[in-house]
Write a protein that binds this ligand. Structure first.
Ligand code: NAP
Length: 343
């Protein structure tokens, strides 16, 4: 019994950390909290309790995931039960696209803090770089006629609010998500406070090497979402061409060699590659093994190299619901030819 308990726990001291440019530390792996329509708020918040009890210290939240109140109840219980202190956790929040207006970023952050029952967030991200809203769970073909392309001035108005949240002490770091090099080239020179981290889609089948290198060279920590290729993502986010990361021959081969599930290989690769993956799971066996894998049995240089070459440049979260009237394809959102598409 005691032995089983031990296997359910990964000592957080053994989980490596990365340093943000402020000198603050962030664990190299965290737990995601987006349920992909498949898992409800209570199930996810219960998983957060189990994950923190198992040794997780990084939690990736967002207001649009519609579960911050339940996660807040979990956090309170974790503190009341003396499982962790607030200072031991690193909690990320994100402002959703419908709250980009004047004062709205600040209001949204305050609401997240209230829902999560916290005084501050460790990291606050601009979830998407434009104010394009779609109802959670809407069909992939649905379009909002109010959607707009990216405008530097509009983004900077959002960023200024993030900067003021940091100055007020409501958040300790600020960052961005779903950015591209052309957009970063526009906004980074205008930031009074530089982003400490950028969240982006990263998995073996979609490695974004140029953006990844660019971000690292700017001393910004890359946080990788969908690190397992998001196998449970909603149907609306799937296309026939999508790769399944955990079935890539290079991943399967390494999984056999290490006698682990292919998911574990994706996570080891991510961490050894310098990312901070935030895999989602509500299943204790999965989330414990996901954390444990960063503490033992690393991939060889040869395996790392094979996985690097397995990149399929296959973006899974295409963002097509954010397209503005007049845009032709989801590719318009990602500045593929180096140009920011607009009206
Ligand atoms: N910034 C953004 O725009 C953005 C976008 C997307 C996601 N995110 C964040 O990134 C997090 C992770 O992305 P994601 O949830 O889409 O995808 P993911 O972490 O790549 O995949 C999660 C799924 O993988 C399976 N899984 C997890 N651990 C496993 C293991 N050890 N063995 C086998 N299968 C395993 C589970 O499937 P089953 O449930 O079927 O077992 C789980 O639902 C999200 O929760 C969210 O916090 C951010």
């Amino acid at each position: 019994m005691e032995e089983k308990k031990m296997t359910d726990f990964v000592d957080p001291k053994l989980v490596p950390k990365r340093k943000l440019y402020t000198g603050a530390e962030i664990p190299v792996l965290g737990i995601g909290t987006f349920g992909s329509d498949k898992y409800g708020a209570r199930e996810i918040s219960d998983a957060v309790y189990g994950a923190v009890k198992s040794g997780y210290r990084l939690i990736d939240c967002a207001s649009v995931y519609q579960n911050e109140k339940e996660i807040g109840e979990t956090l309170k219980k974790l503190f009341d039960d003396n499982v962790v202190t607030r200072e031991e956790l690193f909690i990320t929040g994100k402002v959703w696209n419908d709250m980009h207006g004047d004062g709205e970023v600040i209001a949204s952050c305050r609401q997240s803090l209230e829902d999560l029952g916290l005084d501050y967030l460790d990291l606050y991200l601009v979830h998407w770089p434009f104010p394009n809203y779609h109802a959670p769970g809407c069909d992939g073909d649905s379009r909002n006629t109010d959607s707009r392309p990216f405008f530097t001035e509009e983004f900077m108005a959002v960023w200024r609010q993030c900067e003021s949240l940091l100055k007020e002490g409501l958040v300790r770091h600020i960052g961005m998500s779903n950015m591209t090099i052309p957009k970063l080239e526009k906004v980074l020179p205008l930031c009074e406070i530089q982003p400490a981290a950028i969240e982006m889609e990263l998995h073996p089948g979609f490695q974004q090497p140029e953006l990844f290198k660019y971000v690292q060279e700017k001393n910004i920590v890359p946080i990788g979402y969908c690190p397992l290729g998001s196998p449970s993502r909603p149907e609306r986010d799937r296309t026939a061409e999508d790769v399944s990361d955990m079935e890539l021959p290079e991943i399967v081969e390494a999984a056999k060699a290490h006698n682990v599930h292919p998911a574990i290989i994706c996570l080891k690769w991510a961490v050894q590659n310098g990312q901070i993956p935030i895999p989602f799971s509500v299943k204790p066996k999965q989330y414990v093994e996901n954390l444990r894998c960063v503490t033992e049995d690393p991939l060889t240089d040869e395996e790392m190299d094979k996985i690097r070459k397995a990149d399929k440049n296959c973006r899974l979260v295409k963002g097509q619901v954010f397209l503005w009237p007049g845009a032709t394809s989801w590719e318009d959102l990602w500045d593929l030819d180096g140009e920011i598409k607009g009206w």
